[in-house]
Design a protein around this ligand. Structure first.
Ligand code: HH2
Length: 296
């Protein structure tokens, strides 16, 4: 029997987040931090999403509003125009559940009506008073993410007394708020919001102690892919951060502290998860007697 803490109910689908689901990022935006403008036309976004599925994505996360530091909000009409056609097409053709990265209830409603399964809300249902009801009424999966401030200002002076305790308390309260709205616990995935109102030091501390979130009993979504704290550690630009992204993801996997990996580089992440799973299997088997064979 699957551990109910790893079961993620997303409308008519039940995803099992073990050891980890790979969520491929499809940004239909002109200004996203790492791939802004590359897939801004819906056709290009759809082709990119289908490519990520071919690389092994378990689900896709389609976004029409950048949340990079300093980003300005996108008007509703524009976000609908970017997101809904791409979601409709991907939901029909991709064969995997489609998540929509939005904090607007109307975008969520239209995207779910077009076939999406998950709402990834970086405001954790605090940005739009109607969002919780939309998630509940569709029985959608939902990602509740921590952020200090808003994208426009969040990196100005992030400050915490204890970043791990504050993020954990926030996510616990947002999970409870979702339950109070009538959303089932099994619909919810939690996310510490790496890079959202956090210094590089805060991000490293959160990652190092991510296991604290396990006590909330829900899968954790982790978005470290190509992010700025890796650039700080490595002194590398965006295109040089793949190995660092994989190291951070594997560290979290090894601690049982991440079950949904939100990534740009699906093929490489899929390989990392596959090798992690093989090693986990080997570690769980009883030790074999010593042999002469050289296993290289
Ligand atoms: N990170 C970004 C956007 N959405 N959602 C969740 N749940 N977790 C994250 O860490 C997260 C997120 C930022 O990455 P990206 O989508 O590539 O950039 P942009 O926001 O500039 O479009």
């Amino acid at each position: 029997m699957t551990d109910p803490r790893l079961r993620w109910l997303c409308r008519d689908r039940t995803l099992i987040a073990a050891p980890a689901l790979v969520m491929g990022i499809v940004n239909v935006t002109p200004d996203s931090f790492s791939d802004g403008g590359r897939f801004a036309a819906p056709d290009a976004a759809v082709a990119h999403g289908l490519g990520l599925v071919a690389e092994g994505a378990d689900l896709l996360d389609v976004g029409g509003e950048s949340t990079r530091p300093g980003a300005q909000p996108v008007p509703l009409d524009e976000e609908l125009r970017r997101v809904v056609p791409a979601v409709r097409e991907l939901a029909a053709r991709a064969g995997v559940p489609i998540s929509v990265d939005t904090s607007k209830a109307e975008v969520a409603r239209k995207a779910l009506a077009a076939g999406a399964h998950v709402i990834n809300d970086v405001t954790a249902l605090t940005g739009d008073a109607d969002m919780g009801a939309v998630v509940r009424d569709f029985g959608a999966g939902v990602v509740l993410m921590h952020m200090q401030g808003t994208p426009a200002t969040m990196q100005v002076a992030p400050a915490y007394a204890d970043v791990v305790a504050e993020v954990t308390a926030f996510l616990e309260a947002r999970l409870q708020a979702a339950l109070d709205l009538g959303i089932a616990g099994e619909q919810v995935v939690l996310d510490p919001g790496i890079g959202f109102g956090k210094t590089a030091g805060h991000n490293l501390e959160l990652l190092a102690r991510l296991g604290h979130l396990r006590r909330l009993g829900r899968p954790v979504c982790l978005g470290v892919s190509r992010k700025g704290f890796l650039g700080r550690v490595l002194a590398r630009p965006l295109e040089g951060r793949l190995a660092g992204s994989l190291a951070a993801a594997c560290f979290a996997l090894g601690r049982g502290a991440a079950q949904v990996l939100r990534v740009h580089d699906v093929a490489a992440t899929r390989d990392a998860v596959t090798v992690y799973r093989a090693l986990q299997g080997a570690a769980d088997r009883p030790a074999a007697p010593p042999s002469e064979e050289n296993g290289r």
